[in-house]
Write a protein that binds this ligand. Structure first.
Ligand SMILES: Nc1ncnc2c1ncn2[C@@H]1O[C@H](COP(=O)(O)OP(=O)(O)OP(=O)(O)O)[C@@H](O)[C@H]1O
Ligand SMILES: [Mg+2]
Length: 325
């Protein structure tokens, strides 16, 4: 039951992350990987973060997985600031509740160990199981991800297909009873023909087990398949945010339109959306990208729960906006 008083499962409040690169020669370089990112994910739901390479998607995921601290801003899990998890017990419990699934299905699997080992360990460590109960739970986690335990348990990671390995990674999250899975491009290295079935599985885990997903992807067109809500990122900022169907059918930010049009040619004109003052626009792709880098201000609600961020600093003007109006 979602009551009024329940905090969201995950909340990012104005999270920024600056990476400082110190080359041997020359000046320090600062990369603003995240700029004032605010997001909310309710329990049992999925939020897609979409955007092109370098937009900051994985940095959001890694910050949530506590792989580093944000430069500023807060990340709350079930209402609690994760920066305040200082005891070992608190940190272990957080790492159990929040699991990452990576693009490379090999990344988290030890090639020297059979699948059984990968599942048994978390079941012992986190649930304290042993004997028949351990064997039963090990088999069940594989059944839950639609793998046959008789065939899978004694195989090594390299003996499975990419899709099967990704299922094992999801099984490990089930083994520790995760509440949130940060899935960073979980299907992009898989064969096109099996991507859908892995997405199907994640959707089922969400609906049947109430597991929440932060689903990171390049592919805005498939985000709605698992995620109720979609956030579009560019250059470290959220530029648009809302129910996935609304964002995809009625994209408001020029950059979202560019993503949906998926045109590689920077000279192609993007038309049909609404610009920042509500005027219809037509812009070259490169102009869209340049103007979308400017800092954003407060979001405006354009439909129920659907927000578009307007950019601050209107000068220099967006240059190439055709005045249809
Ligand atoms: N550890 C790091 N040190 C320095 N810069 C980093 C680091 N991690 C990320 N960045 C920079 O931060 C920006 C965002 O990177 P991030 O990996 O979050 O992008 P992404 O949206 O996940 O891209 P992709 O789709 O290619 O995975 C990029 O400019 C990247 O080079
Ligand atoms: Mg990434």
């Amino acid at each position: 039951m979602m009551g009024e008083n329940f905090p969201p499962l995950l909340e990012l409040q104005n999270v920024s992350k600056i990476f400082t690169l110190k080359p041997f020669f020359g000046p320090e370089k600062r990369v603003e990987a995240l700029r004032n990112v605010s997001l909310t994910l309710q329990a049992g739901r999925a939020l897609a973060i979409v955007g092109e390479s370098g937009s900051g998607k994985s940095t959001v995921g890694r910050a949530v997985a506590r792989l580093f601290r944000p430069t500023s801003g807060r990340i709350l899990f079930a209402g609690r600031d994760i920066a305040g998890l200082t005891t070992h017990a608190d940190q272990m419990s957080y790492l159990r509740m929040v699991q990452m699934v990576f693009q490379d299905p090999f990344a988290a699997l030890n090639p020297a160990h059979k699948i059984r080992h990968h599942l048994v360990r978390p079941l012992i460590l986190h649930r304290g199981l042993k004997g028949d109960a351990l064997e039963e739970a090990t088999r069940q986690t594989l059944v839950d991800v639609e793998l046959d335990p008789d065939v899978t348990l004694d195989k090594y990671p390299h003996e499975l297909s990419g899709g099967q390995r990704q299922r094992v990674n999801l099984a490990r999250a089930l083994a520790v009873d995760s509440r949130l899975i940060v899935a960073d491009e979980p299907t992009s290295m898989l064969d096109v023909s099996i991507r859908r079935s892995v997405l199907d599985l994640m959707r089922r885990l969400k609906l049947e087990r109430g597991i929440s997903f932060l689903y990171i992807t390049h592919d805005i067109a498939t985000a709605h398949y698992i995620a109720e809500e979609t956030a579009v990122m560019f250059a470290g900022q959220i530029v648009e945010y809302g129910p996935s169907a609304s964002v995809i059918r009625n994209p408001q930010h020029p950059y979202t339109q560019l993503l949906l049009s998926a045109v590689p040619d920077p000279a192609v004109r993007i038309t049909g959306g609404r610009g920042e003052q509500g005027q219809p626009f037509s812009m070259h792709a490169e102009t869209v990208r340049n103007s979308s880098r400017r800092p954003v201000g407060q979001p405006a609600e354009v439909a129920s729960g659907h927000f578009v961020y307007h950019h601050l600093d209107m000068s220099p003007p967006m240059g190439d906006i055709a005045q249809h109006a």
